[in-house]
Design a protein around this ligand. Structure first.
Ligand SMILES: Cc1cc2nc3c(=O)[nH]c(=O)nc-3n(C[C@H](O)[C@H](O)[C@H](O)COP(=O)(O)OP(=O)(O)OC[C@H]3O[C@@H](n4cnc5c(N)ncnc54)[C@H](O)[C@@H]3O)c2cc1C
Length: 192
C-alpha cells in the first residue's frame, strides 16, 4: 500500500496549488485525479486576478502565466470596470488566460517539484482511524495518508463522506451558461 503524509483528492487548480505549496514546505504530498490529464471540457475560468498574480509571483512562477496570457484592466464592481493601473503592486492588472492553460502550467510546476500525480483514478471512499486515513481508489488500489484533503470540486465526495455541509445563502436567481461555436459553411448561412 502506497503511503504519503498528505493525499489530495482532485488535481484541479485548488489541488495543484495546494500540492505545490506543500511540496515547497517539504511535505510528502501526492494527488489522485480521475482525469487522465489537465484537458477540460469547456472553457471555465478565463483568467487570473491581480491578487492571484501576486501569490504566483511569491512562488516564483508568475512569469510562466504572464508569458502565455494577455494583460488587461478587468477588475470590476457592479458591472463597472475599475482601472487599477495606479495600485501599488507589481501586477496592477488582470491576466486573460483560459483555465486549461492555467491548469497545464500549474501541473508542470507540481511535476518539477516531484509530486506524484495518480491519474485516471478516482477516490471512491475512505476510512479514518486514530493514525490517519485509508483511501480506496477506482482501480482497486488502497493508499494510506496522515491527512486527506478534498480538492475534488463543488460536489466533493470527500466533503460529503466527511459529513461537511456545503452551506450557502438562499438562492434568489439562476443562470444558464452555454458555450457556442460558430460554424461557417460557404453554401449555408452561418449557424450559431
Ligand atoms: C461550466 C463552468 C464554467 C465556469 N466558468 C468560470 C469563469 O468564467 N470564470 C471563473 O473564474 N471560474 C469559472 N468556473 C469556476 C472554475 O472552473 C472553478 O472555480 C475551478 O475549476 C475550481 O477549481 P477546483 O480545483 O477547486 O475544482 P475543480 O476544477 O472542479 O477540480 C476538481 C478536480 O477533482 C477531480 N475529482 C473530482 N472528484 C474526484 C474523485 N472522487 N477522485 C479523484 N478526482 C476527483 C476532478 O476531475 C477535477 O479535476 C466555471 C466552472 C464551471 C463548471
Amino acid at each position: 500500500m502506497k503511503e504519503h503524509a498528505v493525499m489530495i483528492a482532485g488535481g484541479g487548480p485548488t489541488g495543484m496549488m495546494l500540492a505545490g505549496e506543500l511540496a515547497l514546505a517539504g511535505v510528502d504530498v501526492a494527488v489522485v485525479e480521475r482525469r487522465p490529464n489537465q484537458e477540460l471540457a469547456g472553457s471555465r475560468a478565463g483568467g487570473l486576478s491581480s491578487r492571484t498574480l501576486e501569490v504566483l509571483d511569491q512562488r516564483g512562477i508568475v512569469d510562466r502565466f504572464l508569458a502565455e496570457g494577455q494583460i488587461a484592466q478587468v477588475a470590476g464592481f457592479a458591472a463597472m470596470r475599475l482601472d487599477i493601473s495606479d495600485f501599488p503592486t507589481r501586477h496592477n492588472y488582470g491576466l486573460g488566460l483560459r483555465q486549461k492553460h492555467i491548469e497545464r502550467i500549474l501541473a508542470g510546476w507540481v511535476s518539477e517539484l516531484a509530486v506524484p500525480i495518480y491519474r485516471s483514478r478516482e477516490l471512491t471512499c475512505f476510512g479514518q482511524d486514530d493514525t490517519g486515513v485509508t483511501i480506496e481508489l477506482s482501480d482497486g488500489a488502497s493508499m494510506r495518508a496522515n491527512y486527506l484533503v478534498g480538492c475534488d470540486g463543488g460536489r466533493s465526495l470527500v466533503r460529503k463522506a466527511a459529513g461537511i455541509e456545503f452551506s450557502r445563502m438562499g438562492c434568489d436567481n439562476s443562470s444558464i451558461l452555454a458555450e457556442a461555436e460558430t460554424c461557417v459553411n460557404k453554401c449555408q448561412p452561418s449557424v450559431v
